[in-house]
Design a protein around this ligand. Structure first.
Ligand SMILES: [Zn+2]
Length: 203
């Protein structure tokens, strides 16, 4: 009788211990990524996004998932910034939804984050363009391409060669039009182009 009771108590102790361990381990393993998904996914204000990224301890590892760095393997050279400007062809004031990066015909264009190619198409305003969908609601768009080397539906890694600089669509010369969107809202790509946490002075 007493022995049976003792075995029963030991059994209950073991079971409760196992279940306690089981519920604890997955939370530990998934903590950083789960946290980003919850905090970053609903946000689309540029300042809020920048604050979240810069305050994140794991930011250097997670930057492969967020459009960051320069899509051309060249020194940063911005022709025309994001915002209201006089359109170089139409000559009227228009909102420029991206940044124009200086380039020559045939310069290689690279994806700025891991993601899935959701559009390969043509529009007058963008020429031949590619749209890539990333985690946390981010999208990146690469326009006026001479050629495209990815297909719709492909999953690609950051720094995958996706196409070459051209002058397709309504443009005055070859350059890369680069746009970043989040949750359907346009963002100024400028902050993201300079994001590189490998450099000590930015930590
Ligand atoms: Zn542009």
């Amino acid at each position: 009788m007493f022995r049976g009771l003792l075995n029963c108590i030991i059994f209950i102790f073991c079971i409760s211990n196992i279940s306690a361990q089981n519920s604890y381990i997955p939370v530990l393993v998934n903590a950083p990524e789960k946290n980003w998904d919850e905090i970053l996914s609903p946000v689309y204000d540029l300042n809020d996004i920048i604050n979240i990224i810069y305050n994140e301890e794991e930011k250097s590892e997670l930057l492969t998932e967020i459009p960051s760095g320069y899509p051309l393997h060249a020194d940063i050279n911005v022709n025309s910034h994001y915002g209201v400007r006089k359109h170089p062809v139409h000559q009227s004031m228009k909102f420029h939804k991206g940044t124009d990066l200086d380039g020559n015909f045939g310069d290689r264009v690279y994806a700025t984050a891991d993601g899935r190619v959701i559009v390969v198409g043509f529009e007058e305003a963008l020429g031949n363009y590619i749209k890539v969908q990333h985690k946390y609601g981010f999208e990146s768009i690469y326009g006026h391409l001479q050629s495209v080397s990815v297909k719709k539906g492909m999953f690609i890694k950051k720094n995958t060669l996706i196409g070459k600089v051209g002058a397709t669509g309504i443009v005055t010369g070859p350059h890369l039009h680069y746009t970043i969107k989040k949750n359907g809202h346009y963002l100024d790509p400028f902050e993201f182009i300079y994001m590189n946490f490998d450099k000590k002075d930015l930590n």
